[in-house]
Design a binder for this molecule. Structure first.
Ligand code: F6P
Length: 407
């Protein structure tokens, strides 16, 4: 069946729904074109020292289309880290790169498909620069890669967050409470924006739109004045606090990306203390990354898999498949790994505003008597700390690159 032609695939970085659909798409389409496929285990780690891989066949990939996670396993960073923080380049260890080259040659791979987000694809970019024949597939729930309208995994995460909002809606209404939902997305607000729109959020707080507590409180009071006694607030984990910056799970260290998280609790407590209204917070966390892919993500991931094989056949190495509706195209990986954040004039933001959704930035005058308390506590997630302040120089490893906006 294979005529000795072989390609490799690996799944790297944080997992997301749809990885198995890509693997299946690659195997089926590769087999159709006369290639056999090997799958490296635990992301880039399986490429070298020790090399660990499994043959991928129809038999061991059947039935995985709708399965969450990845049958190949994945590693976030590990020995292969090509970035510090968001954009700063870190050179891969030359010995590791040489080892990868040897593996590719010894296994006779015509191409290696790397399924990953910005950090993982930055590794692929360096492989490409060293002559290793790679192609990329854009994966991440954050949807923050440039040059593709959507990454797979994004809509599955949005589905999860929307379901959470639907559930919070009914309990918020019953108890006339404020409900705050914190979602993932790192420095991009796509999940918060799309879930906020899909789940009827009343206030959406994004990293891309500076907001204030006065703006949020005003939105709540405006609703109360219209007889709506509850409010749903969705906050992106990367939405910096006014004056206090990002809320993080750990302290920012050089050479390392900080773990975001904890802003939801901070927002909830602050609203409760300012308005005296009962407020509850839910942090959705990794629920957004688990479980089955949505129909859209299955279709997208399957197409990405088939088109990645096509790129190898066409020897378009150093490229990543990209969805630019209605077309499935490709771009150099180097162009794709720039951070793509929500642009404030995008259609979803405009539509939400037209519907009366607040982004916490529309505060005009104080509708209530509020005295800021002296020595307000600094924000932190698990008691760890916060990094940079809005407007000041970003913390090491957290510099945000050039923003772009496709959808
Ligand atoms: O990039 C995907 C993502 O889920 C982000 O939204 C989130 O900030 C991060 O990964 C969480 O990473 P980890 O699984 O390492 O906690």
């Amino acid at each position: 069946m294979s005529n000795g032609k072989r390609i490799g695939i690996l799944t790297a970085g944080g997992d997301c729904p749809g990885l198995n659909a890509v693997i299946r798409g690659v195997v089926k389409s590769a087999n159709t074109h006369g290639y056999e496929v090997v799958g490296f285990l635990k992301g880039y780690e399986g490429l070298v020292d020790p090399v660990s891989y499994i043959p991928l066949t129809h038999k061991n990939t059947t039935g995985i289309l709708g399965q969450g996670g990845t049958i190949l396993g994945s590693t976030n960073k590990g020995r292969f880290a090509a970035t510090i923080g968001v954009n700063d380049r870190l050179e891969l260890d030359p010995e590791l790169v040489a080892g990868v080259k040897t593996t590719v040659e010894q296994l006779g791979l015509e191409g290696l498909i790397c399924v990953g987000g910005d950090g993982s694809l930055a590794v692929s970019q360096q492989f490409h620069e060293h002559g290793i024949p790679v192609v990329g597939v854009p994966k991440t729930i954050d949807n923050d890669l440039s040059s593709t309208a959507f990454t797979f995994g994004f809509f599955s995460a949005v589905f999860c967050a929307t379901d959470a909002l639907d559930r919070l809606h009914t309990t918020a209404a019953s108890h006339e409470r404020i409900m705050v939902l914190e979602v993932m997305g790192r420095h991009a607000g796509w999940i918060a924006l799309y879930a906020g729109v899909a789940g009827g959020g009343d206030v959406i707080l994004l990293p891309e739109i500076p907001w204030t507590f006065e703006g949020v409180c005003q939105a709540i009071i405006n609703r109360e004045q219209r007889g709506k006694k509850f409010t749903l607030i969705i906050v992106a984990e990367g939405a910096a606090l006014p004056d206090k910056g990002l809320v993080t799970q750990d302290k920012a260290e050089t050479q390392k990306q900080v773990r975001l998280g904890g802003i939801g609790n901070y927002v909830g407590k602050e609203i409760e203390s300012r308005l005296g209204k009962e407020t509850r917070t839910v942090v959705l966390g990794h629920l957004q990354r688990g479980g089955a892919p949505t129909t859209f993500d299955r279709v997208l991931a399957t197409q990405f898999g088939a088109h990645a094989v096509r790129l190898i056949i066409e020897r378009k190495f150093g490229h990543m498949v990209t969805y630019q509706p209605p077309d499935m195209l490709s771009v150099p990986i180097i162009d794709a790994i720039k951070l793509a954040t929500v642009c404030t004039s995008c259609s979803a933001v405009q539509a939400a505003r037209a519907l009366g959704v607040s982004f916490g930035d529309d505060y005009k005058e104080l509708p209530f008597k509020y005295q800021p308390q002296s020595g307000e506590a600094a924000a932190n997630g698990n008691g760890a700390g916060h990094s940079d302040s809005r407007g000041s120089k970003p913390a090491p490893g957290e510099a945000i690159g050039q923003a772009s906006c496709l959808p």
